[in-house]
Design a protein around this ligand. Structure first.
Ligand code: ANZ
Ligand code: ZN
Length: 578
């Protein structure tokens, strides 16, 4: 025996023996309990870094331990291989994203092998392979059929540096998650997946994931953001259509003295039209739209607005309420209209002080009395109702229930539940991604690519330009096609899918990477899934982990898999800092 540990001799010897004996290659075995150990797969950036080594070493230790304890352990590895860095690097190196990506995969695989990790390499997959994304296109079409994928024009997050739209989950503090550039709001038609259909289940199951860090579950709950409140109709002067607001504080409705609309609200321009206020409203809308989202949601934002010239009425008191457009009201939340209660909401308080609007106290703290003339800040807690007609004397919680009933029986609104979660925006104006299998025809409109015409292959003869942006719209052979329905001339969708779509189901494909009949072989999937232990970075607490949970539930409802949740235990390993 050597007296010194000689890594290059000893490790390569054993690694060769493991490989020859295929000891990490597993198949379904009814005699042993299964154990699925998974680490988040890497983006093939070029080289394994210390963060990977840490994550993958933890996983390797657990996988080997479980094997020694008699479990049938699956421990796969693959590549999250679509995405923008490949495009940027290819432009720099004057090569192609595919060349760059596959070279990196070769290098990184070599490095992982040198580390001696216990992977079953027969299950390796790269999401940029058409043999992978073709199944994703099929899932997209199934979702489209069921109304779970849809195209809609709306205000979306636009990063001008990355020249693409972003999902809400990819905007961090108003900045692009990838390049930290400020995100603007732009009105565009985009593709969405209906994750909101699953909001309740995603929230409920947070209680059934005891193997997840509480911190991650809290972030998911907050992101879903379920709140209980009311929709209230405020009659609009000179109109039959009332303004609808969402509030969680219907107990304060008697104190609503004005109304605030988001600049994007469809009524803003209509209300001021032809009035002396019109020019000022338009100018304010333009200015506010240019303000970055991060600023508009900040507590430090100076509350600004303009009067539209129009009025509505408080449905409880029949008092006139001036309608303002305000910079802190967001179109994506509730209805984009807020009943302003300056005595009990701090933002409304600051706004009312700035524009000299009336304050009316309707909630008193238990045992004391507020005075609207001398208050220095809003009283935002629950309390006892005053100046609220028949509801005066009730405690806030009881008043909320009673007011909901009153609203409903008088046709003025009703109790309502609201979510912060929005549908997942999945189209990207980027080249290096999976094509969305849709055709546009002037006669037939949006036509899904028939299953038998799949895959829609990403053309590899595109050349990227330093100016950025996707070359797909300029590739005639790709864009020009015939309509599957009327056989007339038609165009292909040129947007590709968010790479988070690929990572939402790769862990299932590992269970049957060679399956050709569909995305997943249900028998093998159900033998191995769910992942018993998942290991990865906390930066995915909302993004990847929420999307994967959503996909699992969608595939379950399509009968493709038998699980409710993908990951039983989650370990978020710490960050390695330099
Ligand atoms: C009146 C009110 C009175 C409110 C009061 C609060 C206190 P959460 O609890 O986070 O769900 N709101 C509604 N839509 C909004 C929008 N699009 N942009 C900005 N703010 C909006 O928030 C619900 C509360 O946020 C709602 O309740 C509304 O203000 C405001 F004393 O309505 B409240
Ligand atoms: Zn960006």
């Amino acid at each position: 025996m050597e007296d010194r540990y000689n890594p290059s001799a000893i490790e390569s010897k054993w690694q060769r023996i493991w490989e020859d004996q295929r000891i990490f290659y597993v198949s379904e075995d009814g005699n042993k309990p299964k154990y699925y150990l998974l680490e988040m797969f890497p983006y093939p950036s070029g080289r394994i870094h210390m963060g990977h080594v840490r994550n993958y070493t933890i996983g390797d230790v657990v996988a080997r331990y479980k094997t020694m304890r008699g479990f049938n352990v699956i421990h796969p590895m693959g590549w999250d291989a679509f995405g923008m860095p490949a495009e940027n690097a290819a432009i720099k190196a004057e090569s192609h994203p595919a060349t760059w990506t596959y070279n990196n995969i070769d290098q990184m695989k070599e490095q992982l092998k040198q580390m001696g990790f216990s992977y079953d390499w027969s299950r390796e997959l790269a999401t940029c392979d058409v043999s992978y994304y073709r199944w994703e296109q099929l899932m997209f079409l199934k979702m489209y059929e069921q109304g779970l994928a849809y195209r809609e024009k709306s205000y979306v997050n636009w990063c001008s540096t990355c020249q693409t739209v972003l999902a809400n989950e990819q905007v961090e503090g108003g900045l692009c998650w990838r390049c930290s550039h400020g995100v603007e709001q732009k009105e565009m038609a985009q593709w969405f997946l209906k994750i909101t259909d699953y909001a309740d289940e995603l929230l409920e199951y947070c209680e059934r994931l005891p193997g997840w860090p509480e911190r991650v579950l809290t972030m998911q709950r907050n992101w879903i953001g379920k709140s209980h409140g009311a929709m209230i109709h405020f009659p609009l002067e000179n109109s039959d259509e009332p303004i609808e607001v969402y509030t969680t504080r219907q107990d304060t409705v008697f104190g609503a003295t004005f109304m605030s609309l988001a600049v994007e609200h469809p009524l803003t321009l209509e209300l001021c039209k032809g009035r002396p206020e019109e020019a000022a409203v338009k100018e304010f809308i333009e200015k506010t739209k240019r303000t970055q989202r991060s600023e508009r949601t900040s507590e430090l934002l100076e509350k600004e607005g303009v009067f539209t010239g129009a009025y509505c009425r408080n449905p409880m008191t029949d008092e006139r309420m001036p309608i303002y457009v305000a910079n802190f009201v967001l179109m994506e939340y509730g209805t984009g209209a807020v009943m302003a209660v300056p005595t009990h909401d701090q933002r409304d308080f600051e706004f009312a002080k700035a524009y000299d609007l009336p304050l009316k106290v309707v909630i008193n703290p238990p045992g004391s009395e507020l005075d609207g003339d001398t208050m220095e800040a809003a009283y935002e807690e629950d309390g006892i109702l005053v100046n609220s007609g028949e509801f005066s004397g009730l405690e806030s919680a009881a008043a909320r229930a009673a007011i909901n009933q009153y609203l409903e029986s008088n046709g003025l609104g009703k109790g309502a539940i609201n979510y912060r979660l929005r549908d997942w925006l999945i189209s990207r104006q980027r080249y290096w991604g999976a094509p969305i299998p849709i055709i546009y025809c002037d006669e037939c409109g949006i036509v899904p690519v028939p299953d038998e015409d799949l895959p829609v292959v990403l053309p590899l003869d595109a050349s990227l330009t330093p100016a950025g942006g996707t070359p797909l719209p300029t590739l005639k052979e790709f864009v020009e096609t015939t309509c599957p329905t009327c056989k007339g001339d038609a165009r292909r969708e040129v947007d590709t899918m968010d790479t988070f779509v690929e990572s939402s189901w790769y862990f299932m494909r590992y269970t049957c990477p060679d399956y050709q009949e569909g995305p997943l072989d249900r028998d093998r999937n159900d033998y191995w899934m769910p992942v018993d232990q998942y290991i990865g970075g906390i930066e995915h607490a909302v993004l990847h982990l929420l999307y994967s949970r959503f996909f699992t539930k969608v595939l379950r409802d399509m009968g493709m898999v038998g699980q409710d949740e993908p990951f039983t235990n989650l370990l978020t390993q710490g960050m390695v800092c330099k």
